[in-house]
Design a protein around this ligand. Structure first.
Ligand SMILES: [Zn+2]
Length: 224
Protein backbone atom coordinates (compact mmCIF):
# COMPACT_ATOMS: atom_id res chain seq x y z
CA UNK A 1 0.00 0.00 0.00
CA UNK A 2 1.20 3.47 -0.77
CA UNK A 3 1.43 6.10 1.94
CA UNK A 4 -1.39 8.55 2.62
CA UNK A 5 0.35 11.73 3.71
CA UNK A 6 -2.41 14.24 4.21
CA UNK A 7 -2.90 17.83 5.27
CA UNK A 8 -6.34 19.09 6.31
CA UNK A 9 -7.22 22.70 5.46
CA UNK A 10 -10.31 24.79 5.96
CA UNK A 11 -11.89 27.44 8.15
CA UNK A 12 -12.98 26.70 11.71
CA UNK A 13 -16.45 25.17 11.79
CA UNK A 14 -16.26 23.57 8.31
CA UNK A 15 -16.19 20.07 9.81
CA UNK A 16 -12.46 19.24 9.76
CA UNK A 17 -12.58 17.62 13.21
CA UNK A 18 -15.43 15.30 12.24
CA UNK A 19 -13.71 14.26 9.02
CA UNK A 20 -10.39 13.78 10.85
CA UNK A 21 -12.08 11.36 13.29
CA UNK A 22 -13.46 9.32 10.42
CA UNK A 23 -10.22 9.27 8.46
CA UNK A 24 -8.33 8.05 11.51
CA UNK A 25 -10.83 5.26 11.94
CA UNK A 26 -11.19 4.33 8.25
CA UNK A 27 -7.53 4.42 7.30
CA UNK A 28 -5.80 3.93 10.64
CA UNK A 29 -3.82 7.13 10.14
CA UNK A 30 -2.20 8.87 13.10
CA UNK A 31 -3.78 12.29 13.66
CA UNK A 32 -1.29 15.08 14.24
CA UNK A 33 -3.19 18.09 15.42
CA UNK A 34 -0.66 20.76 16.34
CA UNK A 35 -2.28 21.36 19.73
CA UNK A 36 -2.31 17.66 20.62
CA UNK A 37 1.23 16.78 19.55
CA UNK A 38 2.71 19.84 21.25
CA UNK A 39 0.92 18.90 24.46
CA UNK A 40 2.16 15.31 24.16
CA UNK A 41 5.74 16.47 23.61
CA UNK A 42 5.47 18.62 26.73
CA UNK A 43 3.95 15.75 28.76
CA UNK A 44 6.62 13.31 27.58
CA UNK A 45 9.31 15.75 28.63
CA UNK A 46 11.30 15.39 25.40
CA UNK A 47 13.93 18.02 24.66
CA UNK A 48 11.62 19.59 22.09
CA UNK A 49 8.76 19.42 24.57
CA UNK A 50 10.79 21.32 27.14
CA UNK A 51 11.62 24.00 24.59
CA UNK A 52 7.95 24.27 23.63
CA UNK A 53 6.93 24.58 27.26
CA UNK A 54 9.35 27.46 27.80
CA UNK A 55 7.51 29.40 25.10
CA UNK A 56 4.07 28.44 26.40
CA UNK A 57 4.98 29.36 29.97
CA UNK A 58 6.17 32.74 28.73
CA UNK A 59 2.82 33.22 27.00
CA UNK A 60 4.46 33.15 23.58
CA UNK A 61 3.49 31.31 20.41
CA UNK A 62 5.59 28.22 19.80
CA UNK A 63 7.89 29.13 16.87
CA UNK A 64 7.23 27.50 13.50
CA UNK A 65 10.55 25.68 13.33
CA UNK A 66 9.95 24.10 16.74
CA UNK A 67 6.47 22.89 15.74
CA UNK A 68 8.01 21.54 12.56
CA UNK A 69 10.67 19.69 14.57
CA UNK A 70 8.01 18.14 16.80
CA UNK A 71 6.18 16.91 13.69
CA UNK A 72 9.44 15.61 12.20
CA UNK A 73 10.06 13.68 15.42
CA UNK A 74 6.70 11.97 14.95
CA UNK A 75 7.55 11.14 11.32
CA UNK A 76 10.75 9.50 12.54
CA UNK A 77 9.04 7.55 15.33
CA UNK A 78 7.67 4.89 12.96
CA UNK A 79 4.03 5.82 13.75
CA UNK A 80 3.58 7.59 10.44
CA UNK A 81 5.20 5.09 8.07
CA UNK A 82 1.85 4.36 6.37
CA UNK A 83 0.85 8.01 6.37
CA UNK A 84 -0.49 10.74 8.61
CA UNK A 85 -3.18 13.34 8.93
CA UNK A 86 -1.89 16.81 9.80
CA UNK A 87 -4.29 19.45 11.14
CA UNK A 88 -3.34 22.96 12.21
CA UNK A 89 0.02 22.90 10.41
CA UNK A 90 0.74 24.31 7.93
CA UNK A 91 -1.28 27.46 8.43
CA UNK A 92 1.03 29.72 6.45
CA UNK A 93 3.13 29.40 3.29
CA UNK A 94 6.30 29.55 5.40
CA UNK A 95 5.12 26.53 7.38
CA UNK A 96 4.14 24.69 4.19
CA UNK A 97 7.67 25.20 2.85
CA UNK A 98 9.12 23.80 6.08
CA UNK A 99 6.88 20.76 5.89
CA UNK A 100 7.77 20.18 2.25
CA UNK A 101 11.50 20.28 3.06
CA UNK A 102 11.03 17.95 6.05
CA UNK A 103 9.22 15.39 3.90
CA UNK A 104 11.67 15.72 1.01
CA UNK A 105 14.65 15.12 3.28
CA UNK A 106 12.98 11.81 4.26
CA UNK A 107 12.27 10.83 0.65
CA UNK A 108 8.56 11.40 1.14
CA UNK A 109 5.95 13.73 -0.26
CA UNK A 110 2.44 14.88 0.49
CA UNK A 111 -0.37 12.82 -1.08
CA UNK A 112 -2.97 15.57 -0.91
CA UNK A 113 -4.10 18.73 0.85
CA UNK A 114 -7.78 18.24 1.65
CA UNK A 115 -9.64 21.55 1.78
CA UNK A 116 -13.05 21.52 3.45
CA UNK A 117 -14.73 24.79 2.57
CA UNK A 118 -17.65 26.66 4.07
CA UNK A 119 -18.77 30.27 3.55
CA UNK A 120 -18.19 32.72 6.42
CA UNK A 121 -21.90 33.18 7.20
CA UNK A 122 -22.37 29.43 7.45
CA UNK A 123 -19.36 29.13 9.79
CA UNK A 124 -20.72 31.90 12.01
CA UNK A 125 -24.17 30.26 12.06
CA UNK A 126 -22.72 26.87 12.98
CA UNK A 127 -20.29 28.02 15.65
CA UNK A 128 -22.34 30.75 17.27
CA UNK A 129 -25.25 28.33 17.74
CA UNK A 130 -23.15 26.01 19.87
CA UNK A 131 -23.78 25.75 23.59
CA UNK A 132 -21.56 23.78 25.91
CA UNK A 133 -22.51 22.24 29.24
CA UNK A 134 -20.55 23.96 32.00
CA UNK A 135 -20.08 20.70 33.93
CA UNK A 136 -19.66 17.78 31.51
CA UNK A 137 -18.70 19.55 28.28
CA UNK A 138 -21.74 18.15 26.43
CA UNK A 139 -22.28 20.12 23.23
CA UNK A 140 -25.61 21.25 21.74
CA UNK A 141 -26.63 23.45 18.86
CA UNK A 142 -29.56 25.83 19.25
CA UNK A 143 -30.65 25.18 15.66
CA UNK A 144 -29.45 21.67 14.73
CA UNK A 145 -29.40 19.81 18.06
CA UNK A 146 -31.20 21.85 20.71
CA UNK A 147 -31.54 20.75 24.34
CA UNK A 148 -35.05 19.84 25.54
CA UNK A 149 -35.08 22.85 27.87
CA UNK A 150 -33.44 26.13 26.97
CA UNK A 151 -29.93 26.51 28.39
CA UNK A 152 -30.06 23.26 30.40
CA UNK A 153 -28.05 20.11 29.62
CA UNK A 154 -30.29 17.07 28.89
CA UNK A 155 -27.74 14.71 30.40
CA UNK A 156 -26.86 16.30 33.72
CA UNK A 157 -29.07 19.36 34.14
CA UNK A 158 -26.10 21.75 34.13
CA UNK A 159 -26.24 25.22 32.70
CA UNK A 160 -25.30 25.62 29.02
CA UNK A 161 -22.91 28.40 28.10
CA UNK A 162 -21.58 29.91 24.90
CA UNK A 163 -17.79 29.51 24.90
CA UNK A 164 -15.81 32.66 24.04
CA UNK A 165 -14.45 30.86 20.95
CA UNK A 166 -18.00 30.42 19.68
CA UNK A 167 -19.13 34.04 20.10
CA UNK A 168 -19.91 35.61 16.71
CA UNK A 169 -17.36 38.42 17.08
CA UNK A 170 -14.62 35.90 17.97
CA UNK A 171 -15.59 33.64 15.08
CA UNK A 172 -15.36 36.61 12.66
CA UNK A 173 -11.88 37.41 13.98
CA UNK A 174 -10.74 33.79 13.56
CA UNK A 175 -12.12 33.82 10.02
CA UNK A 176 -10.24 37.03 9.22
CA UNK A 177 -6.97 35.40 10.34
CA UNK A 178 -7.82 32.32 8.29
CA UNK A 179 -8.46 34.38 5.15
CA UNK A 180 -5.28 36.38 5.56
CA UNK A 181 -2.80 33.66 6.54
CA UNK A 182 -4.15 30.34 5.42
CA UNK A 183 -6.03 31.08 2.23
CA UNK A 184 -2.80 31.75 0.27
CA UNK A 185 -1.98 28.09 0.94
CA UNK A 186 -4.86 27.13 -1.32
CA UNK A 187 -3.04 28.58 -4.34
CA UNK A 188 0.27 27.18 -3.12
CA UNK A 189 -1.09 23.63 -2.98
CA UNK A 190 -3.04 24.12 -6.22
CA UNK A 191 0.23 25.01 -7.97
CA UNK A 192 1.68 21.72 -6.71
CA UNK A 193 -1.37 19.81 -7.93
CA UNK A 194 -2.10 18.63 -4.39
CA UNK A 195 -5.26 20.52 -3.52
CA UNK A 196 -8.62 18.73 -3.43
CA UNK A 197 -11.74 20.73 -2.49
CA UNK A 198 -14.75 19.46 -0.56
CA UNK A 199 -17.99 21.28 0.11
CA UNK A 200 -18.35 21.51 3.88
CA UNK A 201 -22.02 22.52 3.50
CA UNK A 202 -22.82 18.90 2.58
CA UNK A 203 -23.56 16.36 5.28
CA UNK A 204 -20.58 14.80 7.10
CA UNK A 205 -21.41 11.44 5.46
CA UNK A 206 -21.35 12.93 1.98
CA UNK A 207 -18.08 14.75 2.61
CA UNK A 208 -16.59 11.55 4.03
CA UNK A 209 -17.71 9.53 0.96
CA UNK A 210 -16.09 12.04 -1.35
CA UNK A 211 -12.84 12.11 0.61
CA UNK A 212 -12.67 8.31 0.62
CA UNK A 213 -13.27 8.21 -3.14
CA UNK A 214 -10.50 10.78 -3.66
CA UNK A 215 -8.04 8.86 -1.51
CA UNK A 216 -8.85 5.58 -3.27
CA UNK A 217 -8.08 7.27 -6.60
CA UNK A 218 -4.84 8.77 -5.27
CA UNK A 219 -3.72 5.36 -4.07
CA UNK A 220 -4.49 3.75 -7.43
CA UNK A 221 -2.56 6.50 -9.23
CA UNK A 222 0.41 6.02 -6.89
CA UNK A 223 0.48 2.29 -7.55
CA UNK A 224 0.36 2.58 -11.35
ZN1 LIG B 1 -23.89 18.09 30.48
Amino acid sequence: MSELNLVLLGPPGAGKGTQADRLRRDFGLPYYSTGIILREAVENGTELGRKARDHMDAGELVPDDLINDVIAERFDSGDADEGFLLDGFPRTIGQAEMLEATLQSRGRELTAALLIEAPDDEVVRRLSGRRTCAKGGHVYHMEFDPPKNDNVCDQDGSRLIQRDDDKPETVRKRLAVYHEQTEPLIDWYTDRDLLVRFDGRRSPDEVNDRIRATLATKRLEAEL
